[in-house]
Design a protein around this ligand. Structure first.
Ligand SMILES: Nc1ccn([C@@H]2O[C@H](COP(=O)(O)OP(=O)(O)OP(=O)(O)O)[C@@H](O)[C@H]2O)c(=O)n1
Ligand SMILES: O=C(CO)[C@H](O)[C@H](O)COP(=O)(O)O
Length: 382
């Protein structure tokens, strides 16, 4: 697919109260693995380099909470805007930031295409964003859809079945959606109070007021909206699963050690996404930096050096300098290979004590260090 050739920004409605989920905290602020749900959606947008501004719309009482989330998790390109009493009113407020000079918000550059995405749909990927934006540029509006899980039926006044819809002909409307900014803004300006208070579908507004037939784009199953309590549990297990799906194996440049890294890569690659690199940790390696910013949280560092702590210290320093938010525990497994002819380990007791002390220190920074000693005996052929 062609790269994006339009100015694109995003509006994330996050101003609801989460009645269906229940509980005192609105669902977008519920913690998943210690981080609020809304922050995952913001992060998903932020990772897409061609999205310029991200407008997060929250209820007036949650403005400060949202601002502190932006600060705590280092979110960039985010403007927090006051929401309305319904989702449509919140989205409209978000769009206004681009079109009207509001006293509390600087006027942001009006995008050609605007993405609208519920803040409670945390697993949105660049691929689907690109598809809806490209389709919106061509058709004026586009939205992700999914097959219906259950058949839609209508009941009559007596509470009995009136009619049912042919399931194969209908689709569930999901998010993200994208619009030519002028189309959706015009539609919202023309909306009646009834639309704003009872409507649930932005694509419908574009059709009703701008005669724009949205292109429907097949989305993936994980675009679903966190609505009920069970959805929070499901989202949390997807997050945990994603975290354990990527590992980086780092070896030094010595051939025997690099060879172990290569073999490990071969045996793991069918189960997890694995990167294996041979580098000198003393130098600043751009490939390793890219792996950090790709949010890899698991590292296996193999070496045969006597001073293993220095190596792992260098890796931790690089990790910290890379400024990736340490939102989850980083797992660093230090594998010390002792390749020798005799059975004694090349690493001394003093070094082991140092590693243990180091592990205790970095644990406070959410970095968990584990050590593994492997004795490889070299058999010399006669
Ligand atoms: N006045 C509102 C209502 C909803 N939303 C946002 O719109 C998205 C989708 O709405 P929904 O799932 O219905 O959220 P809630 O309204 O919070 O949930 P409920 O209907 O169960 O109260 C959510 O990110 C929600 O925060 C909003 O910005 N402003
Ligand atoms: O499914 C959607 C597509 O437009 C919206 O995300 C949905 O309408 C959200 O609002 P609610 O759950 O309050 O109806």
């Amino acid at each position: 697919m062609e790269p994006v050739s339009a100015a694109v920004s995003a509006v994330l409605p996050a101003g609801g109260s989460g009645e269906r989920l229940g509980g005192a905290t609105p669902k977008q602020f519920c913690g998943l693995q210690g981080r609020p749900l809304v922050s995952y959606a913001v992060r998903a947008m932020e990772r897409v380099s061609w999205i310029s501004d991200i407008i997060v719309v929250v209820s007036p009482e949650n403005i400060e909470t949202m601002k502190s989330i932006v600060e705590k998790y280092g979110h960039k390109r985010v403007t927090v805007v006051k929401g309305g009493i319904t989702r449509h009113r919140s989205i409209f407020n978000g769009l206004k930031v681009f079109a009207e000079n509001q006293s509390s918000n600087r006027l942001l550059q009006k995008p050609e295409v605007v993405i609208i995405h519920d803040a409670v749909r945390p697993f949105v990927e660049e691929d689907i964003l690109l598809k809806v934006v490209t389709a919106a540029k061509e058709h004026g509006a586009a939205g992700a859809i999914r097959p219906l899980v259950s058949t839609v039926i209508a009941s009559g006044e007596d509470g009995c079945l009136d009619h049912s819809l042919e399931r194969a002909r209908y689709r569930a409307s999901e998010m993200p959606q994208a619009f030519l900014f002028d189309v959706i803004y015009e539609a919202y300006q023309q909306c009646t109070d009834h639309d704003l208070d009872y409507g649930t579908e932005c694509l419908h507004l574009a059709l009703k007021y701008c005669k724009t037939n949205a292109k429907l784009v097949e989305g993936t199953a994980d675009l679903w909206k966190v609505t009920y309590k069970r959805d929070l549990y499901a989202a949390e297990s997807i997050i945990k699963d994603n975290l354990s799906q990527q590992i980086c194996i780092i070896t030094d440049l010595k051939e025997a050690v690099a060879q172990v890294g290569f073999l490990l890569h071969e045996s793991l690659k069918s189960q997890v996404k694995v990167e294996a690199i041979s580098i000198s940790l003393r130098k600043n390696d751009s490939h390793l930096q890219n792996i950090f910013s790709g949010e890899c949280y698991n590292f296996l560092c193999i070496n045969d050096k006597e001073y293993a702590t220095e190596e792992i210290q260098q890796l931790v320093d690089m990790l910290e300098k890379s400024n990736i938010p340490l939102l989850y525990p980083v797992i660093l497994i230090l594998v010390h290979l002792s390749i020798s002819e005799n059975i004694s380990f090349s690493i001394g007791l003093e070094e082991l004590t140092k590693i243990k002390k180091f592990a205790r220190e970095v644990k406070k920074k959410n970095i968990l260090v584990y050590g593994l000693l492997i004795q490889c005996k070299v058999f010399l052929l006669p």
